[in-house]
Ligand binder design. Structure first.
Ligand SMILES: [Zn+2]
Length: 83
């Protein structure tokens, strides 16, 4: 696997703070075998089911304008200049 999120890496540590059973948004049972994830949202221990994670991802994409090709290209150019 390529890039793993900080949430996924935190979950690897078997942190007792991440021992939650339900999605922090919709309260459905967490099943990491199905792609649900645990980790830190900033400093807050949290977990998200795949559906809520997908919604959060969409929200971030829209809030940052990354659904606009020009904005996205600008960000890609920034990333390229950083490396
Ligand atoms: Zn959920």
């Amino acid at each position: 696997m390529g890039n793993r999120t900080s949430m996924e890496r935190a979950a690897d540590a078997e942190d007792p703070n991440l021992n939650m059973e339900d999605c922090c948004v919709c309260k459905s049972p967490i099943d990491e075998e199905q792609g649900d994830i645990r980790g830190y949202f900033g400093i807050i221990p949290t977990c998200f089911c795949v559906w809520c994670m997908s919604s959060i991802t969409d929200m971030v994409i829209q809030l940052n304008g990354f659904d606009d090709i020009d904005v996205l290209q600008e960000r890609i150019d920034e990333l390229k200049s950083e490396h």
